[in-house]
Design a protein around this ligand. Structure first.
Ligand SMILES: Cc1cc2nc3c(=O)[nH]c(=O)nc-3n(C[C@H](O)[C@H](O)[C@H](O)COP(=O)(O)OP(=O)(O)OC[C@H]3O[C@@H](n4cnc5c(N)ncnc54)[C@H](O)[C@@H]3O)c2cc1C
Ligand code: FES
Length: 259
């Protein structure tokens, strides 16, 4: 983990309000692990507003380049959406504990809600290089917000659900999970709390390992302020330091209260 300045290579719209930012980040790209995140300063150099950095997962890290897939939902991410090629990005990272391959798992099911696809994509890249089969099921509000498959490794089996039925399965992404559970021997998820709760309920009825990446609001991202704390079976866990990826069975129900 270090402070570094990335240089924007591209910052393209990839859906309604969604962007893919690629930046040159030599050394850091080689260091990043699937599921880790970068804490980005989202203010111009002459301003401290907003003061707090914003956490964004690493979508892909390859050849000295980091890719970030983000939704412009507020001040910080809107600032990011205005960055142009060559602009500097003040970064801290890579941070957190990410996804780890489960020994012997050959078929991995990944369930993503919207920008929850970001950390899953990088994990898929790593597993596919080890000849593990990966199916990603992804849920979006509508087709205009769905991630085009060209952003994913072509070896991924990619299935989409939309809330309004405008693309793929009409309904919740978790509707697609039951049919794939027998096939999978490791289940991973990232997305809204309600989606994760449903995923853990369905997949938790099996004995398969389940790992989820949480996206609690963060301040320091250094394990100090406890603003990202969630309850686990064995006590309080900091999403920024102990996660963001957790064994879902170690988390207590109370952590879904933000659903
Ligand atoms: C470990 C981690 C990884 C993340 N990875 C990504 C990613 O890859 N791509 C991406 O687009 N976003 C990601 N997020 C969420 C992202 O950090 C927030 O959307 C961002 O901080 C919002 O900042 P803002 O200033 O644009 O919005 P704000 O003005 O701070 O808030 C705007 C709206 O977004 C909501 N919001 C803010 N933070 C979160 C959050 N953490 N979860 C849910 N809602 C939130 C607020 O409640 C508010 O309604 C991640 C969060 C965490 C903790
Ligand atoms: S954000 Fe401060 S402890 Fe996690």
């Amino acid at each position: 983990m270090r402070l570094f300045t990335g240089r924007v290579l591209a910052n393209e719209p990839v859906g309604d309000g969604l962007f893919m930012l690629s930046m040159a980040a030599p050394d850091v790209a080689a260091e990043a692990e699937p599921g880790q995140f970068i804490h980005l300063r989202c203010a111009p150099p002459n301003s401290d507003d907003p003061l707090l950095r914003r956490p964004i997962s690493v979508f892909r890290a390859r050849d000295d380049v980091l890719w970030l897939y983000y939704d412009s939902v507020g001040r910080g991410t809107r600032y990011l959406s205005r960055l142009s090629t060559g602009d500097p990005v003040d970064c801290l990272g890579p941070l957190g504990r990410g996804f780890r391959p489960v020994r012997g798992a050959r078929n991995v099911l990944m369930v993503g809600g919207g920008i929850g696809l970001a950390p899953l994509s990088m994990f898929a890249d790593e597993l596919l290089d080890d000849d593990v089969s990966v199916t990603i099921v992804a849920g979006f509000r509508t087709a205009a917000r769905a991630l085009d498959p060209r952003w994913l490794d072509p070896r991924v089996e990619y299935r989409v659900a939309t809330d309004d039925g405008s693309l793929g399965h009409s309904g919740l992404v978790t509707d697609l999970v039951a049919d794939l559970l027998d096939w999978s021997d490791h289940v991973c998820g990232c997305g809204p709390a309600r989606m994760l709760e449903s995923l853990v309920r369905v997949a938790g009825a099996t004995s398969k390992p389940i790992h989820v990446s949480l996206e609690e609001r963060m301040a320091c991202a250094m394990g100090v302020c406890l603003s990202c704390a969630v309850r686990a079976r064995d006590g309080v866990r900091r999403v920024c330091r102990d996660g963001p990826v957790f064994d879902a069975r170690t988390l207590r129900d109370v952590q879904w209260r933000s659903a």
